[in-house]
Design a protein around this ligand. Structure first.
Ligand SMILES: Nc1nc2c(c(=O)[nH]1)N[C@H]1C(S)=C(S)[C@@H](COP(=O)(O)O)O[C@H]1N2
Ligand SMILES: [Mo]
Length: 415
């Protein structure tokens, strides 16, 4: 016998509260704890933090010591204060004596000759070219997103334009502070096209200096960090200090060395929050999680519930039920940092201030579903995202080294 389970539409108020609880826990604690029954509906909850506070992102950093633990003189020496920060940009020259066609730039920026770009120069460029984008940071090797922020900065193309004309440049690679130890280098790269030829209405790679309306703190890779809107976290290099132009056509990312796909795009996927091992029979159960809208967009999130006590020959075909997706905020001024209009944010209509897609591409939203009439037994709960091309997770890219999107599973018991 299968349990009778049906997703019931939550009222708008309940849903907002559900989402609030979920995201408060999910975004602050890294994973949410599921509250069962109807208790959540009675509680009044704080505004949902659509933006994760900078210090509440889950951190993925290499380095010994990690650059964000440096203090005082060490920080100044590392050039990781806004006053001391500098960006060097050069072409990398021939790989060996035989290479005739190597990258060159008419102008380079170096510390040695006193031309390196400083924080003030970057902000000056920002006055003319500034872009803003809402992006969830997600590690290719960690299932749930690390946090979501409003990132502001200057398109990489506008900075590289200062070096033009460029010759024989096929790729751009870049890295951040790594204790001046080659073994600690963490490097990423883009094709020339991705860096320079942003299609109309599309998203540029950018050099970011603000997060959620504030200077990017050291813990999040400040004072200056690369942000690649469409990519997993490994392309968004923290503590950025160096950009190199090369004729090497291969993606020379540090991440590529561990079998990761260096050209991966963010995947569309749903993730289940933690839940208790046991829930009470007869009480409604609200399940929740996060969903990422990747390159192929997000159509819906679905869950399935299977009673594992049922013998194989009694089993029915797995049924998937649609979940409720968090709605777009009606007033974006309550979500965005003070004084910033959604009309100024990429991914929003510049006239109406409404999102061009919902969920926003490369951002995360919460989802939930309510299950009633649970009968005692052992269960397996799964959640999956369906993209705009009707591929259900883990399709269309079940290869986990292009980004974690295996169908999330939680086991629990109804008693
Ligand atoms: N310099 C530097 N940048 C880095 C990393 C790093 O170790 N060093 N880790 C990368 C990886 S693998 C991820 S997933 C993201 C994590 O960003 P966060 O720590 O801000 O959440 O930063 C990326 N940028
Ligand atoms: Mo990562």
């Amino acid at each position: 016998m299968r349990p009778h389970s049906s997703p019931q539409s939550l009222t708008r108020r309940e849903f907002v509260q559900t989402a609030s609880l979920l995201s408060t826990a999910a975004l602050i604690g890294g994973s949410a704890h599921l509250s069962t029954g109807t208790a959540f509906a009675e509680e009044s909850t704080p505004e949902r933090p659509f933006l994760t506070p900078a210090d509440k992102f889950r951190d993925v950093s290499r380095g010994n010591p990690k650059p964000h633990t440096l203090m005082g003189d060490a920080l100044v020496e590392a050039r990781l204060t806004p006053e001391t920060w500098k960006l060097e940009i050069t072409a990398d020259g021939p790989a060996d004596e035989k290479q005739k066609e190597f990258a060159t730039a008419a102008k380079s920026f170096t510390i040695e000759d006193g031309t390196a770009l400083d924080f003030a120069a970057l902000q000056e460029l920002g006055k003319k070219y500034e872009v803003r984008f809402l992006k969830a940071m997600q590690c290719l090797n960690i299932p749930a997103p690390l946090g979501q922020g409003l990132w502001e900065g200057v398109p990489l193309r506008e900075v590289l334009r200062l070096c033009s004309p460029l010759k024989n440049v096929r790729r751009v690679y870049y890295w951040g502070f790594h204790n001046n130890d080659p073994k600690q280098l963490f490097q990423s790269s883009l094709s020339y096209t991705q860096a320079m030829e942003t299609p109309p209405g599309e998203l540029p790679a950018f050099i970011a200096y603000r997060l959620n309306g504030e200077p990017i703190p050291l813990t999040r890779g400040g004072p200056v960090r690369m942000v690649i809107p469409w990519a997993h976290g490994f392309k968004s290099i923290k503590w950025l200090q160096r950009i190199c132009l090369t004729n090497d056509y291969k993606a020379n990312d540090t991440y590529a060395e561990q079998n990761n796909d260096p050209e991966s795009y963010l995947k569309t996927a749903a993730y289940l929050d933690d839940m208790p091992a046991q829930v009470k029979a007869g009480k409604p159960l609200t399940i929740r999680g996060l969903a990422m809208s990747g390159l192929s967009g997000l159509k819906r999130v679905e869950y399935s519930l299977v009673n594992t006590d049922v013998s194989d020959h009694e089993k029915k075909k797995e049924e998937w039920h649609e979940c409720e997706l968090q709605e777009a905020p009606s007033d974006w001024s309550t979500v965005l940092p003070n004084g910033l209009s959604s009309k100024q944010v990429l991914g929003f209509d510049s006239k109406t201030g409404q999102p061009l897609h919902w969920p926003l591409r490369y951002s995360m939203v919460t989802w939930s579903a309510r299950i009633t009439d649970l009968k005692p037994g052992k269960y397996e709960l799964r959640a999956r995202a369906v993209d705009l091309n009707d591929f259900a997770q883990p399709e269309p890219r079940p290869i986990q080294k292009t980004g974690r999107n295996s169908v999330d599973l939680k086991e629990f018991e109804v008693v």
